[in-house]
Design a protein around this ligand. Structure first.
Ligand code: NAG
Ligand code: NAG
Ligand code: NAG
Ligand code: NAG
Ligand code: NAG
Ligand code: NAG
Ligand code: NAG
Ligand code: NAG
Ligand code: NAG
Ligand code: NAG
Length: 547
């Protein structure tokens, strides 16, 4: 009887603590999807109010931070419709009425542009929403706007800066004055950090989700290539591009991944998704139910990777120190951490030019395929050569050419050495990547040591997963100490690292092992809770609930 009485008491206590009031609703810089859903369900606010508030927050910081290129002129109308559906008890899906910002290379057929940050695509229209955008809408999400990015996802110039695009201006992050936001999903990272939307969507070819997420003190999931469709996403490379969430918590990111993942007839790579028996994806949100997921997990540190990166640039020593210091927490959570699970062919990886060759070859072919699908194409561009011509001659001022050069394209289009991905010369180069990221790198280390995941400081992690299309998740780990020197980017116009600049810890795994990585990352996040300990220098003041 006592046990039963206790149970009733516990249930009542639980009810009391989840009772949402104006005074306990968190500020939007901290609010999770579960918080916002509870606020919508309890009638504390509706989606129209939420959208208006996020638009106000964007307006407050965007003149300085340029995180958002365009707001969706239809956002309030969409929210109105979703509020009406909710009032009738109809929910489209788990993201019903939740505002999301998506990177400006993910096409939508609406009043917004999809430009990859270039004026060459201003006014261009895709034949339909990209697959991931249509999945977001089907889940009930409100596409609030387009997040700024490093132009062409950082595949144009050897003399540009992270987060700069002609169409969107220069994105800055908010943890130190004039902070380099990293890239190329720069606006998505900054917007997630400041709560300019509930969650954000980015894309990655090599580092473009992981890196801005880690420099903005937020979570990024870089899915396996093929888990999320690239249909009508302005491409770099079919072999390496992937679409994934940037969010303030692992669970929020999991909600977004759940909504966008899945097979698409218009991206053949998605046919590789191993559907659990009856065609069902893993439950990424449920992977966040186990705070003890680290217990018994085998995690490996490829120490030679850390040594290599520090040799190259020892200014990241504080990131390594924090990484090694957190192993105590990981081990006390029950994980087995193995040092020296080295990547056997790291030297060859560091010297390899294979990745660049693959990306350039893919870009020629994949960009032409994207442009060929446009139903409106104001500048009549159908090839990389056309885009390069526009950038260099039709619009050099807007595109800041020649200061921001087109070296990457010039190499791709070089008649002697460049080729597209139908050329047989790509075969051995792809094979080299498969080995360097596979047996000679990430997959070899996972298998030789029987590991669940490789862990690394997030700044060192992307390249190994990128070249084989493997997944990774970054979680906030810490920030540079108050006495850290200020180190500028190579153009000298943004702070790369310095006091308070955040960094993350990355979990890397086998293809389609997202559920496991999410579980580990979530457990790590719950044991460490770093995000709330690092403050931005600027906080938007508009709130949906004023206590
Ligand atoms: C694109 O941007 C232009 C210029 O800002 C604007 O006039 C237009 O309405 C936007 N949307 C589309 C779909 O072209
Ligand atoms: C795939 O592309 C075709 C046009 O080629 C389009 O009609 C179809 O709706 C697309 N499928 C999906 C799932 O978007
Ligand atoms: C792994 O790399 C570290 C750092 O380079 C080195 O000290 C260690 O000897 C290596 N261990 C193995 C087993 O290769
Ligand atoms: C990096 O190396 C330089 C030169 O060896 C040294 O003076 C400096 O203290 C090192 N910095 C860190 C953070 O270890
Ligand atoms: C990988 O490393 C091993 C051991 O150093 C070496 O024998 C082999 O040639 C390397 N393979 C490639 C493809 O570089
Ligand atoms: C590149 O290869 C050379 C010679 O094979 C080697 O000395 C060097 O250490 C390698 N570079 C890196 C960064 O590992
Ligand atoms: C790729 O290269 C082949 C051979 O040079 C050429 O026929 C084809 O048109 C090229 N395709 C694209 C999209 O550039
Ligand atoms: C694009 O092509 C159309 C149809 O041929 C033409 O009217 C228009 O002037 C062209 N635009 C540009 C910018 O070349
Ligand atoms: C790179 O950009 C800087 C800063 O704007 C400029 O001074 C420099 O001339 C540019 N370099 C090249 C090679 O274009
Ligand atoms: C929504 C918004 O503020 N857009 C701005 C993005 O940056 C460009 C270029 O700096 C501005 O012209 C837009 O107004």
């Amino acid at each position: 009887m006592i046990a039963l009485w206790k149970l009733v008491f516990v249930l009542q206590a639980a009810l009391v603590t989840t009772q949402l009031t104006a005074s306990n609703f968190p500020p939007l810089i901290d609010a999770t999807i579960d918080d916002i859903k509870a606020g919508l369900e309890s009638g504390l606010f509706n989606s129209v109010a939420l959208v208006r508030t996020y638009l106000d927050r964007i307006a407050e910081v965007n003149p300085v931070l340029r995180a958002v290129t365009e707001a969706n002129p239809d956002a309030v109308d969409i929210a109105t419709a979703l509020d009406a559906e909710r009032a009738e008890g109809k929910l489209r899906g788990p993201l019903h009425g939740i505002p999301i910002l998506i990177k400006n290379n993910i096409a939508t057929l609406d009043k917004m542009n999809t430009t990859a940050g270039s004026f060459v695509l201003l006014g261009a229209l895709p034949p339909r929403d990209s697959f991931v955008a249509s999945r977001l809408r089907a889940a009930g999400a409100i596409i609030l706007g387009k997040a700024n990015l490093s132009q062409w996802a950082n595949f144009r110039s050897s003399n540009s800066s992270n987060g700069w695009s002609a169409h969107g201006g220069q994105v800055k992050a908010a943890y130190i004055q004039d902070q380099d936001p990293s890239g190329s999903s720069s606006g998505s990272g900054v917007a997630a950090a400041l709560g300019l939307a509930a969650v954000c969507l980015g894309t990655e070819t090599d580092g473009s989700i992981l890196s801005p997420a880690h420099r903005n003190n937020v979570v990024g999931i870089k899915p396996t290539v093929g888990l999320t469709s690239r249909d009508l996403v302005i491409p770099i490379s079919e072999h390496q591009d992937t679409v994934g969430p940037i969010a303030r918590t692992v669970k929020d990111a999991a909600y977004v991944l759940q909504a966008i993942a899945g097979m698409d007839e218009n991206d053949s790579y998605t046919s590789a998704i191993p559907m659990d028996g009856v065609g069902v994806l893993p439950d990424y949100v449920a992977a966040c139910n186990n705070e003890e997921a680290l217990r018994g997990a085998r995690l490996g540190i490829p120490s030679n990777v850390i040594e290599l990166f520090l040799q190259f640039d020892n200014s990241s020593q504080p990131e390594v120190d924090a990484f090694l210091a957190v192993m105590g927490i990981i081990e006390s959570a029950g994980a087995v951490v193995l040092q020296n699970t080295n990547f056997t062919n790291l030297t060859e990886w560091a010297n390899s030019t294979a990745e660049g060759t693959v990306l350039r070859a893919d870009f020629i072919t994949n960009l032409a395929a994207y442009l060929g699908q446009l139903t409106t194409n104001p500048n009549n561009v159908t090839s990389l050569a056309d885009v390069a011509r526009f950038t260099k001659t039709a619009s050099p001022d807007l595109e800041e050419f020649p200061d921001r050069n087109t070296e990457t394209w010039d190499m791709a289009l070089d008649p002697e050495t460049g080729f597209n991905n139908t050329d047989p010369r790509i075969v051995p180069v792809l094979e080299e990547n498969r080995f360097l990221g596979g047996e000679g790198g990430l997959l070899g280390a996972l298998d030789r040591h029987g590991l669940d995941a490789i862990i690394l400081p997030s700044g060192f992690a992307p390249g190994f997963a990128a070249i084989i299309g493997a997944p990774a998740v970054t979680v906030p780990l810490g920030s540079y100490p108050a006495d850290a020197p200020v180190i500028m980017n190579f153009r000298g116009d943004l702070v790369d690292t310095g006091p308070n600049v955040p960094f993350g810890l990355a979990f890397l795994g086998r293809h389609f092992d997202e559920a496991k990585l999410i579980g580990l990352a979530h457990a790590f996040e719950q044991k460490t809770k770093v995000r709330g300990t690092i403050q931005t220098i600027m906080v938007p003041s508009a709130e949906v609930v004023v206590a």
